[in-house]
Design a protein around this ligand. Sequence first.
Ligand code: ADP
Ligand code: ASP
Ligand code: MG
Length: 404
Amino acid sequence: MTKIIVQKFGGTSVGSVERIDAVADIIADASKTAKIVVVVSAMAGETNKLVNLAKNFSENPDKREFDALVSTGETVSSALLSLALHSKGIKAKSYSASQISMKTTDTYSKAKILDVNSEKILQVIKEETIPIITGFQGVTEDGDITTLGRGGSDTTAVAIAAQIGAERCDIYTDVDGIYTTDPKIVPNAKKLDSITMEEMLELAGQGAKVMQTRAVEFANKYNVPVRVLSSFNEGSGTLITLEEESMENALISGIAFQKDQVKFTLHGVGDIPGTAFKILGPISDAEVEVDVIVQNVSVDGKTDFTFTVPYEDQETVIKIIDSIKDEVKFKQMMVDSDIAKVSLVGVGMRSQAGVASRAFKALSENEVNIQIICTSEIKLTMVIDKNLTDKAVKILHEEFDLEN
Ligand code: ADP
Ligand code: ASP
Ligand code: MG
């Protein structure tokens, strides 16, 4: 059978009628040599508009209705793209999540994919028709609509590629590929020809929004080759390689940053077994992703316990901490949303020492204070003042000579 390629088009790629027409040409061209399955995002700005519409009635809208609403942007773009293909004489059909049984958990706004009806998709392909599937959307066992979290169309695409055994998943976006850091912040950032899955997992996890983290996790789990490329310019993009080491094997492959974070510190908690679990257990039960976790050396049996969570979960975490305050005794809870995380990522860090001290020196020489440091084998994360994020990223990009 001819190879199958999944093509995913992000919001900017389908941001106008003209863009949708251009994307239809890309699909038409690719369909000459492969069977194509398309996954599409909402037109640029549409999801934000829908989010704001819901906020007219409540700061905390009902979760079920919120997802039913914000998922509709993808319904519009999939049908429009299908029409654009028809106008070029190409057979295409739009499909919503429920039409292809994109089954997810019922954790609204961050639902996780459980299963998808791959036979249905393969049947459409067999009929020489290009399926244009809505990204971002899911459906619960009961048939309620869910969404996969912001940027979730990437995950839809990779999950479908994995399920139907596609040869590759091509993520079309508004940049030419994966860069050493966000090219919108550092204009001389360099495009990478390839990057290892491991590095991409860390970059995405630390905020490089070019791909949703869950999408990279899927690609890693099911060995789906992924390419990130532009729908605006021709080019081979960046291949996320499944091999251990990338061809380039640089010391540092990229820098990611995340500004939408909050730092919680519980000051004066008891340094006794079970404390960390009592604090983080209920937070993780609420599906809140906790990152940088630091517990200090204790003084007189008391210590400080610090962690970061996404800003959108701030209120949830405050409520949880409030509910456990009689059980986990602490002197004070400090909440700081003026922070950001900046992370250096590279498989080369494994074999070469000195990355951390070089980073600390460069930042200190430029008056950037580091509040928390956290490392893993191929990653160094620093929590800093949010206002200094762009400056810190530029300093580090230059220090590690990433533009060359
Ligand atoms: P789409 O709508 O196509 O899904 P996104 O806006 O979600 O596009 O992701 C693409 C954006 O990711 C780029 O425009 C860029 O600003 C940002 N980005 C952040 N880090 C990187 C990186 N390391 N390489 C490339 N782009 C990055
Ligand atoms: N439209 C959704 C968003 O804006 C999903 C996506 O674009 O991937 O987050
Ligand atoms: Mg995206």
